[in-house]
Design a protein around this ligand. Sequence first.
Ligand SMILES: *Cc1c(COP(=O)(O)O)cnc(C)c1O
Length: 459
Amino acid sequence: MTENPRRALPSVDRLLSHDAVRGYVAADALGAVAETARAVLADARDRIGAGEPAPTIEALAGAVARAVAMERRVGPARVINATGVVIHTNLGRAPLSEAALAAARAAAFDYADLEFDLASGGRGSRLTHVESLARRVTGAEAALVVNNNAAAVFLALTAFASGRDVVVSRSQAVEIGGGFRIPDVLRQGGARLVEVGTTNRTYVDDYEAALGEETSALLRIHRSNFRIVGFTAEPELPELVALARRRGVMMLDDLGSGCLLDTTAFGLMPEPRVQESVAAGVDLAFFSGDKLLGGPQAGMIVGRAEPIATLRKHPLVRALRPDKATIAALAATLSHYAQGEALTAIPLWRMIAIPPATLTRRARRVARAIGEGATTRPGRSMIGGGSLPEEGLPTTLVALPPDPGGRSARTIADAVRATDPPIVARIEDDRVVLDLRTVPPGDDALVARLVRQTLASSP
Ligand SMILES: *Cc1c(COP(=O)(O)O)cnc(C)c1O
């Protein structure tokens, strides 16, 4: 008679003293490893009950170690973005520059003159650090920083349009993504949305006809993530500014990305620039810190001094204020623009500006290092983050070979996401493809090695 295989399972104590597990037990204040070991044993007992053979102690210890390592992964942590989507919202949008990271670290790691005036030794304001830089690079009279662009728009609408009308072109009453819908934000801010024009064509006269006693502002919203083409019309910003001035209402401009550089220099469509809005004379312009600006998550409000002074005193500012690390990183990011070094210092712009030939050379080298039939092919990198939709930059992709073991492209993509660090790739034409535009060049060899190991590991 064969022995009951359930009896063959080791005790919890034996599992915990196994070489693969012991190290985790040593750094476990909460008894979590023992709990995991019990769960792994219970699972093994169930499988044996279902007719499977008893696992070895090595297999059980390996399962405990993997489960504990997974539980101990403290995120968000680094991943390698091989999707070629430069502003990938799910992967944290813009990576910071070295200087921005160093500034954030220094401000967060020790005490900082966050709200302290070094000259007088008295109280200062956390908002002054960014303001003078923002003024310099955008040309605006004043600036204010909050946690993100959604907060920036919400604050301004709450402060200036509560209980009143805000006129918006029908083609701009949009959803930006993640549930951020302009009509909802207006409602939350207590403002009434007055839609004018049609989906494809809106004229200055449409805005003018909607202006009344109750109107507080005209609001232009950048249609960040889609484009309307064909039979279209939209007033130029200076025309809207002139109308707003004439009728004594505010001109508000939600720019979305907050681009300060000329995107056409890279073969992209023109993205509205903050300086242009300011020069056109808008009262307030709003933009994100972590889209095309290339900095930390933040919402910038720039424009005329008077409305910004009003906003600064609004009670909501306290609820929406960014922390010291963000402020330090944002100031460092803006100073790259002030010093004319944005293209070389800010990772996002470096990635946009990589010459196609460089990407081809890197892709060939990585494909060679992966071997096993990896090839290169032309493709497109996307800007993402709701900027410059439908459009991309030419790139060279590394296409992974079909798996000899018969694993699907999806399974391979899952497997490269389980490496350390995880590699996030794309699937195109049933092949896993890597776009090195968004991979730091120093990591090409690491990517090749991790992918090679993944392909070599048995299914
Ligand atoms: C992205 C975007 C927002 C939201 O910005 P967050 O910084 O993500 O809050 C608002 N308006 C427009 C036009 C956008 O493109």
